[in-house]
Design a protein around this ligand. Structure first.
Ligand SMILES: Nc1ncnc2c1ncn2[C@@H]1O[C@H](COP(=O)(O)OP(=O)(O)OP(=O)(O)O)[C@@H](O)[C@H]1O
Ligand SMILES: [Mg+2]
Length: 359
């Protein structure tokens, strides 16, 4: 799958530009604050309907303008896919091959991408929430029913949390088992899909990481600190065991909203002991593994977007990473074109300056 062209109108610092991409390596080069990440962000929007920066939709409208538009034409193994998004400030209107969609879930899986930017280092350094976000974005693109389960789970969880705050304890004890059963049904689906995804990720992430680092052993596992079982019934038991605690706290302490990914290098927790470069390489290893899992599932690679991924990597790691960028479309943003990339020859270089393409 690859994106052929991308048109941006009043999107961020772009007034009206069209990007032509190749199916191989595309490099967006430019000084700081010229619009490289903005372009990468637009591609991610077309895939998921959301900003990878988790910023508000209306922030993408060019200063002083009333609306913004992005349109992308992609080629997948099933044919052409065109996605357009109009941002009006109060809403976004998404169309797929010219037909407006009603729910954002309908967009998922049409154009797939794997996105890395320095913010993704949160995946390693920060809270479990960022690691769950990684799982959720990947799985939602791969499996629309996962996205719907997640939405449903969040809704029921909110209702359960409201119930925990109800001062009428009789009502609480009467109704909780019902909520626990409903919540467990959706939760177990989410947990199982996350486990399956991680188990598929592991061999690729290990291989890639070993190769790029010249010998580091990467280990990954899904942590479900609130239960050790495998079934819906195990989960219902975990909910009921924690009822008293949840009532005191006023929120739910059991469920996939507490999951985390444990990441180790050579047996040590990379969050605590990893160097900057190690953490960056680990995040990239996870992303490249994700690319392989997509390909195994759909027999087609998604688009790889590497926003400012190469800085902080030493030249050996950089070269090995670049060697791996074969057989799929990559969009890389950089402030300077490194020799390792120049030497590849067959790359599409797009110079970006002040929200304009300068070629
Ligand atoms: N809604 C908007 N309207 C106009 N300009 C915007 C808007 N949102 C962001 N910008 C501007 O876009 C510019 C470029 O942002 P971008 O993040 O794409 O830079 P970059 O080329 O990736 O730079 P760096 O190398 O520092 O990462 C910033 O100067 C920012 O002020
Ligand atoms: Mg940037």
């Amino acid at each position: 799958m690859f994106i052929k062209n991308l048109s941006l109108k009043n999107f961020r610092n772009y007034e009206n530009e069209v990007f032509d991409f190749k199916s191989g390596i595309n490099v967006l080069v430019g000084d700081n604050a010229q619009g490289k990440t903005n372009c990468a962000e637009a591609v991610f929007y077309l895939c998921t309907g959301y900003s990878p920066r988790a910023s508000k939709d209306k922030q993408v409208i060019r200063y002083g303008e009333k609306s913004a538009n992005i349109v992308g034409s992609c080629q997948s193994r099933y044919g052409k896919v065109e996605v357009s998004i109009e941002f009006t400030g109060s809403q976004k209107n998404i169309a797929l091959n010219g037909v407006p969609i009603k729910k954002i879930g309908e967009l998922m899986g049409n154009i797939n991408s794997v996105f890395f930017n320095p913010g993704e280092l949160k995946l390693i350094q920060q809270s479990p929430e960022d690691r769950r976000r990684f799982l959720d974005i990947s799985l939602s693109q791969m499996d629309r029913s996962y996205f719907y389960s997640l939405q449903k789970y969040r809704k029921i969880l909110e209702q359960r949390n409201d119930l925990l705050k109800n001062p009428d304890r009789e009502v609480v004890y009467d109704t909780l088992p019902l909520w626990d059963s409903e919540l467990s049904s959706v939760a177990i689906e989410i947990i199982n899909k996350r486990k399956e995804f991680i188990s598929k990720l592991i061999p690729h992430a290990k291989n890639f990481h070993f190769y790029v680092t010249g010998g580091e052993e990467l280990e990954l596992s899904l942590e479900t600190p609130y239960f050790s079982g495998t079934t819906k019934e195990d989960l219902i038991t975990a909910f009921s065991e924690k009822t008293e605690k949840d009532l005191v706290l006023g929120y739910t302490t059991v469920g996939p909203h507490r999951d985390d990914i444990k990441i180790k290098i050579d047996g040590e927790d990379v969050r605590v002991y990893g160097s900057q470069g190690q953490q960056r390489t680990t995040a990239i290893s996870l992303k490249l593994a994700e690319l392989e899992v997509f390909n195994e599932r759909f027999n087609e690679y998604p688009i790889l977007i590497l926003d400012d991924a190469l800085s902080e990597l030493d030249s050996k790691r950089r070269l090995k990473l670049i060697e791996k960028l074969k057989g799929f479309q990559t969009i890389i943003t950089l402030t300077d074109l490194p020799l390792e990339l120049q030497n590849l020859g067959d790359i599409n270089v797009i110079n970006v300056s002040g929200g304009k393409i300068k070629n």
